[in-house]
Ligand binder design. Structure first.
Ligand SMILES: CC(C)(COP(=O)(O)OP(=O)(O)OC[C@H]1O[C@@H](n2cnc3c(N)ncnc32)[C@H](O)[C@@H]1OP(=O)(O)O)[C@@H](O)C(=O)NCCC(=O)NCCS
Length: 187
């Protein structure tokens, strides 16, 4: 995907020069609250960005992360990503993180809409899902703003910071996304 410019953002590939901005949110306790992962070290972050910078966008499978670049502040403020399953299945799973200083202003929604377009229009996916801890209200509210449907409540499906947690799974089908696009265009 070429960089996509929205009203306030550029959704683009990450580069190794994003390191400090990337670490600023990736190591923030608020960002990691509902994640099973530990904060990245600088070395791990450099390795991740270096691998992402060379990943072929046409690759059939794997995780692709895009930077949410704030135009006015000229910096990366978060990420949206998609895990592409083998093409025969035509499915992907999406996720996001936004630096706390930039939350509550609709930036994640603006970026995730670009990600859905990438998945459905460019990669021709049939179905896109997203999963989050049931306590992660901000994340599932975002899924609902994107028109995704809650399809399940997974009991104790993720071990996070010392205890088993429930998760919600949300999904959107290609045809449902297409119908949303024509409604938006008619408005
Ligand atoms: C999940 C996450 C990206 C959501 O961020 P967010 O800032 O709540 O989402 P948005 O940027 O789309 O902003 C939406 C909020 O801004 C408000 N808003 C203000 N101006 C807006 C605008 N111009 N357009 C849209 N929404 C706007 C909305 O009303 C909404 O607030 P509400 O949820 O209280 O109704 C963020 O909480 C995060 O990074 N969490 C930590 C990482 C994480 O848990 N990731 C998910 C793992 S599964």
């Amino acid at each position: 995907m070429e960089a996509v410019v929205t009203k306030r953002l550029i959704i683009r590939r990450v580069t190794e020069t994003d390191l400090l901005d990337f670490l600023a949110y990736q190591t923030h306790p608020e960002i990691l609250r509902y994640m099973p992962t530990e904060p990245l070290t600088e070395e791990q972050a450099m390795g991740f960005l270096a691998r992402q910078a060379v990943v072929e966008i046409g690759d059939e499978v794997g995780y692709i992360v895009f930077a949410i670049h704030h135009i006015d502040d000229a910096k990366m403020i978060g990420e949206v990503g998609i895990n592409l399953l083998p093409r025969v299945q035509s499915k992907g799973e999406i996720g996001w993180s936004l630096h706390p200083n930039y939350q509550g202003r609709g930036y994640a929604t603006e970026a995730a809409q670009v990600l859905l377009t990438y998945g459905f229009a460019h990669r021709k996916l049939h179905r896109i899902t997203s999963i989050c801890d049931t306590r992660n209200t901000a994340s599932f509210r975002l899924m609902e703003r994107l028109g995704m449907r809650r399809e399940g409540h997974l009991r104790q499906s993720q071990f996070i910071k010392g205890s088993w947690q429930d998760e919600y799974i949300y999904a959107l089908l290609h045809d449902e996304w297409l119908a949303q696009q024509s409604v938006t265009a008619d408005e």
